[in-house]
Design a protein around this ligand. Structure first.
Ligand SMILES: [Zn+2]
Length: 245
């Protein structure tokens, strides 16, 4: 039971995990991890413009549509478990109650690694507030005095996935993950996002560019490997290793 490999992705809105971490999710599911995705909101107010342009649209209809899209995308990626907190967006309600809910999930999942947004995002404060929220919840989950008796959290890495308009976000990748083997799954998941079709090819290009960076950084001509698609991440905490490679 304790040998179970698990990971937790915290997504501000219901589509973010697809564009930014879909490859990492599909790859780790393939590697035997159980990946849990928490969508704090559906992005129903701020990231659903195409739906709102339809006549007779309501908040409940948008949320239902976005939930279906996210569930379909999660299925395409092989996500083990997806949860919707439904705390509203623009802005997210990340108060104490939401934090306690999140800490319960973190302790239940006991992730080997966690993932969230960039630390800075002046275009979308929901994103950067989610990162701060993830760091706080990680800290609370480690506290022996918080709900004594529950299993406390170890020290999982927090990876920040790639934001939109990367250069404006003070986000610097220090990890590139080859997702070529699962690109078909990520592409299928991307196409579940019918409300944001304008982003599909943008994120295909991002994956191709990061594939190029993977090849440039992996030794010689990519160490002989043709990494066609990759995702970039910024690790927050130092690595602890027995040998430098
Ligand atoms: Zn978002």
């Amino acid at each position: 039971m304790s040998d179970k490999k698990t990971a937790l992705v915290i997504s501000a809105h219901s589509a973010d995990f697809v564009w930014r971490a879909g490859g990492a999710i599909a790859l780790h599911q393939k590697l035997g991890y159980e990946v849990t995705v928490v969508c704090l909101s559906y992005g129903e107010r701020g990231e659903s413009a195409k739906l709102w342009k339809q006549a007779g649209m309501t908040l409940e209809k948008v949320k239902a549509e976005r939930r279906t899209e996210a569930e379909n995308a999660a299925a395409a990626l092989g996500v083990n478990d997806i949860r919707f907190f439904d705390v509203g967006d623009y802005p997210l309600d990340l108060g104490r109650e939401t934090k306690d809910r999140m800490v319960d999930v973190i302790r239940e999942v006991q992730p080997k690694w966690m993932m969230s947004h960039s630390k800075w995002d002046p275009y979308n404060t929901d994103h950067m507030n989610t990162t701060q929220f993830a760091l706080e919840c990680r800290m609370i989950a480690q506290a022996w005095g918080h709900n004594p008796g529950q299993k406390v959290l170890g020290a999982p890495q927090l990876y920040l996935f790639e934001p939109h308009q990367t250069e404006q976000m003070e986000w610097k990748p220090n990890v590139f993950l080859d997702i070529t083997d699962v690109w078909d799954k990520k592409w299928a998941a991307i196409q579940c996002m019918q409300g944001q079709e304008h982003l599909w090819h943008f994120y295909e290009n991002v994956a191709e560019n990061r594939g190029n960076h993977f090849r440039r950084n992996s030794g010689g001509q990519s160490g002989g490997r043709n990494a066609k698609y990759a995702e970039g991440f910024q690790a927050i905490f130092p690595q602890t290793v027995d040998e430098l490679v």
